[in-house]
Design a protein around this ligand. Sequence first.
Ligand code: SF4
Length: 113
Amino acid sequence: MAKTPFICVKCGECCRWHGYVHLTADDIKRMADFLKISEKTFIESFTRLTENRQGLSLREKPSGECVFLEESVCGIYSARPGQCRDFPQKWTAKGAENACLGLILMKKLDEKR
Ligand code: SF4
């Protein structure tokens, strides 16, 4: 029987995990356009250099959650980076199945089938 499809329930858990939200040039352009600011201002205001100095990541609040997380909702959802869109179909993180409410729900529904 077909597995239950994944549905993001916007719990925001994945946006609270420590680590990089790696950005592409397209990501930066899309988010800057969404916020109606220049790419230069976007980079200066919302990004940080990765430790290996090879790329940019979104900044985090002092709490460690993503700079764009508003309570449990992404403030730039329609313009969010590719890395965010690709979770959890194209990549996942250790322990995600116990934190992401969409994955937890999917697993519970599969068990009932
Ligand atoms: S950009 Fe949005 S979806 Fe991506 S980590 Fe930040 S708050 Fe979450």
